[in-house]
Design a protein around this ligand. Structure first.
Ligand SMILES: C[S@@+](CC[C@H](N)C(=O)[O-])C[C@H]1O[C@@H](n2cnc3c(N)ncnc32)[C@H](O)[C@@H]1O
Length: 368
């Protein structure tokens, strides 16, 4: 798995317990899937998972973890062995990301370039292609020279950037007894609409918390997956389309409206929502949006220790929602109780009757 800002890596077991604890949960949608760790954890628990993210690289990670199953492991392992043996090719990618910007050492960048070209030339079935692309992304992530995001590269090479690039077989799981997984690459609202005909038990919502776009933070991964030699600009050679492919969830003024539109569109029995009190939406606004569907409950909260950069505060919330919208909107999760919480503590709220208090030893945000 790659380093990913806002990843719920450390919360996967707790989220899995909370979501499957909602009762008779077979089909789960992870609408903002990012690193795909949450969906992967749910697939490991036997759920049929449908993952969605609007970036191509995140959708590729999900296609590998969620849509591909362990029956492609042998083919993928053979391919990965072949790709590891390729000699480097010095071209567009190496020039941008190892010379003009210094995300990778030249030798590793040339091997990434050769491997990516070879994958493109093979015209593989989508799931197998996603597995080898994920293998390449994970390998590149292990030898990058960043602090975990691609808005900057380090002045001096990171120690790991000198290691040779090595592709490994990503984790592949057996298919769920409830049906095959799917990975979508769409705006959350479009994905919600596309799920109209699917009988979904739970939708997990983990939208961005601030104005920083994931496409901007991980533009090199987007380019490595699309391999489209885009127009780039600036010292970090960012894709020009970062300026136009915007998400309403990165704008404070648009966040509530966008979330409300998604919540209104979803037909699932339950919604489970991650919430951070450092995020774009205030507690009372979140409760108001979620209450449109039914009672909202705080299920758990997690204290996350302050990092050197900030007092990290993250809350996971959940709403229990009936398919038909109630006329009155009772809520047993009061916004005042949410906003009373001290900064520097993380909370987990979830819908199930049982409440879980857990204190992970480090932030849910994956560090470099
Ligand atoms: C907080 S991260 C999710 C982290 C994920 N739960 C994990 O554990 O890795 C938010 C994700 O939402 C995606 N995103 C942002 N705006 C979106 C939109 N309008 N539609 C779909 N996905 C979006 C981002 O690309 C990012 O991967």
């Amino acid at each position: 798995m790659i380093k990913y800002l806002g990843s719920k890596r450390r919360l996967v077991p707790l989220l899995g317990e909370l979501i499957t604890g909602l009762g008779d949960v077979r089909v789960v949608v992870d609408l903002f899937s990012g690193s795909a760790r949450v969906g992967q954890g749910l697939k490991a628990r036997g759920c049929r998972v449908i993952a969605n993210d609007h970036t191509a690289f995140a959708a590729t990670l999900a296609r590998c973890s969620i849509e591909a199953d362990d029956d492609v492991a042998d083919d993928a392992a053979r391919l990965i062995a072949e790709l590891n043996g390729l000699r480097g090719v010095d071209g567009w990618f190496t020039e941008r990301y190892a010379r003009r910007a210094r995300f990778f050492q030249v030798e590793n960048a040339t091997r990434m370039e050769a491997i990516r070209q070879r994958i493109a030339s093979l015209a593989l079935p989508p799931t197998l292609e996603a597995v080898v692309l994920t293998s390449l992304l994970e390998a590149a992530d292990r030898v990058d020279s960043t602090c975990g995001v691609q808005m900057a590269f380090l002045k001096r090479w990171s120690a790991r950037s000198s290691n040779p690039l090595e592709l490994r077989l990503p984790t592949l799981l057996p298919v769920s007894p409830h049906g095959p997984g799917r990975a979508l690459c769409a705006d959350a609202l479009d994905a919600a609409a596309a799920l109209d005909d699917v009988d979904v038990d739970v939708v997990y919502l983990d939208p961005p918390y601030n104005r920083h776009s994931y496409l901007g933070n991980y533009h090199v991964w987007e380019t490595l997956v699309r391999f489209d030699a885009p127009e780039v600009y600036g010292a970090v050679q960012k894709r020009r389309d970062v300026q136009t492919r915007k998400s309403p969830f990165n704008r404070r003024s648009a966040f509530v409206g966008a979330l409300a539109a998604v919540v209104d569109r979803l037909r699932a029995r339950h919604l489970v929502v991650s919430w951070s009190n450092e995020g774009a939406i205030a507690a009372d606004e979140l409760v108001a949006v979620l209450s449109r569907r039914g009672p909202v409950r705080l299920a758990a909260e997690v204290a996350i220790p302050a990092t050197s950069a900030r007092a990290s505060v993250s809350t996971i919330g959940a709403v229990s929602a009936s398919r038909t919208r109630p006329t009155s909107t009772p809520s047993n999760m009061s916004s005042s109780s949410m906003s009373r919480r001290r900064r520097g503590h993380d909370r987990m709220m979830t819908e199930p009757r049982r409440s879980v208090d857990a204190a992970p030893s480090s932030p849910d945000t994956d560090g470099p």
